[in-house]
Unconditional design. Sequence first.
Length: 451
Amino acid sequence: MVVDIVNELGGLVAQAEDISPSGGSQREISLGAMSNETKFSMKVEERKIIGRHGNSLSFGAGLSKFLAYNGLKEVWVNSDGLELRDAILGSTLAQYRFGKYRTNSQPDEVSIHYLSGSEGVLKKARAIAEAVNFARDLGNEPAGSLSPAMFVKAVKQKFKGLPVEIGVLDEKDLEEQGFGGIIGVGKGSVNPPRLLTARYTGSGERPIALVGKGVVFDSGGINLKPSDGGIERMYSDKCGAADVISVTLGAALLALRADLIAIAPLVENMPSGGALKPGDIIKTYSGKTVEVLNTDAEGRLILADALAYAQQEFNPVALIDVATLTGTKVQALGSRIGAVMGNNQELVNSIVGAGDRTCEPYWQLPLPAFYQDLLKSERADIRNVVGSGFREAGAIIAGLFLNEFVKETPWAHLDIAGSALANSDSGWTARGATGFSVRSLLELAETGLEV
């Protein structure tokens, strides 16, 4: 089938040689995309597909879905009037399915050939899509088959032949070097923790450090999550780690002129006789002590170690952490918008701008000093939560906790809770792990930042 897309009256018209759809013929589809909407309709009598779009990313995704719904397997598209990279990216991301464990998984594959595009544009779109889809694969993998050690193994396999230096600290290294947060959270599990680093050097400058929360399964620990509280989805609590590792993958595939170091503390948060207990006090990598009032606020403990480690070992020009950290972020902003907060407004602005350009929007939350006092502990330097029964400003207070482990380095915290896991397909986002933050952070690395 040949589909020609040309500009006509401000819209896009696709004309087909054979537009007889197999099956049920869905004649129209509408897909929301930010403030715009992508619509496709089929006129069988005129042998036309008519599409009107808000942006090329949503157009590519919408065209892919429209063709699949109507049983059309292969098209050639005249790409005049499109941002070709975004259209290809939208088409590719929309077709993603995690079917590894489905015995009869047969995804609706559609081949869309965008004409008039350079090989460089095609290569770039495919590289970004590969990075996002690797983050999705890692995020979707069940905990039973992706322990901290298996996460490391999967990353090593993926990075073979790429100019990325992989480093791993095992439980013995972590214990000896004083990673009290990672060891504390991980000691309740039979699967010991790891600290994974992936360094890409594209310019020889000081790196941007990306720290990602990697809880391969979060039961809540001794503060066990309720069975009706979404515990079955807690395999996705490693999406921050999956994202930052995949940003480094994308940078290598794109050969970006940037330096990145991804740091992923990997743990499994489980209850056992040896698990961290409410009221315990741990000494973190920075030397600060933390009173653990709630073992289900574990992500900030492993991030505290990783943030301190990143600053000490790599002297980054900027420090960004990515985490599925708080449910209150979802209550405040929903699942389509990420939260950003930090100690450097220029860095925050750069992230928000990169998010706007890639349709991964972020909204800045404040870090007011008057909430900091709520984390004071009588027995340690700081406590990990305010206390039982306190429900206010949870995302902000988590950010303030992390801020305690950042020195003078420009830093931003991305809370992607809700945004990291989709309940249904939407545009270029497939159900399951989304890879939210990968494209915006790649954009940030490519365009540079001012701090």
